[in-house]
Design a protein around this ligand. Structure first.
Ligand code: MN
Length: 131
């Protein structure tokens, strides 16, 4: 028996959140959402998702600070965290790569590619490719 992969989506922009959630749910993910960095850290600990998608600019602590808290906690330290970066923010992408994120995906997301891009960051035993 398999369960759907669980993704925690941390995004404060309502439209971006809805689009990403809709695309991922349609592709078979179970989606947990958070709209602040603090809430993201809390939900990560509570739900232990298979992968976390993290916006960088968030109200309160930003995505970098939230990543640090996720990495510091034994229960969540191993979870892949993928940054969601705005296309224009080249500086952010360079910082992402040295900050311990598992990778980054650019916003606006590609509706056609997004689910496959996220799936690539899943740990092997949760990618749904073998029953
Ligand atoms: Mn944001």
């Amino acid at each position: 028996m398999t369960r759907p992969p669980v993704v925690l989506l941390v995004e404060d922009n309502e439209r971006n959140l809805k689009l990403a959630r809709d695309v991922l749910e349609y592709a078979g993910f179970a989606v947990v959402v958070a709209t602040t960095g603090e809430e993201g850290v809390e939900r990560a600990r509570a739900t232990l998702p298979d992968v976390i998608l993290m916006d960088l600019q968030l109200p309160g602590i930003d995505g970098f600070a939230a990543l640090d808290l996720i990495r510091e906690h034994a229960l969540t330290a191993h979870i892949p965290v993928v940054a969601l970066t705005a296309l224009a923010m080249r500086h952010d992408r360079e910082r992402v790569l040295v900050s311990g994120f598992s990778g980054y995906l650019e916003k606006p997301i590609s509706v056609r590619e997004f689910a496959a891009q996220v799936r690539r960051h899943l740990p092997r035993d949760t990618d749904g490719s073998h029953a």
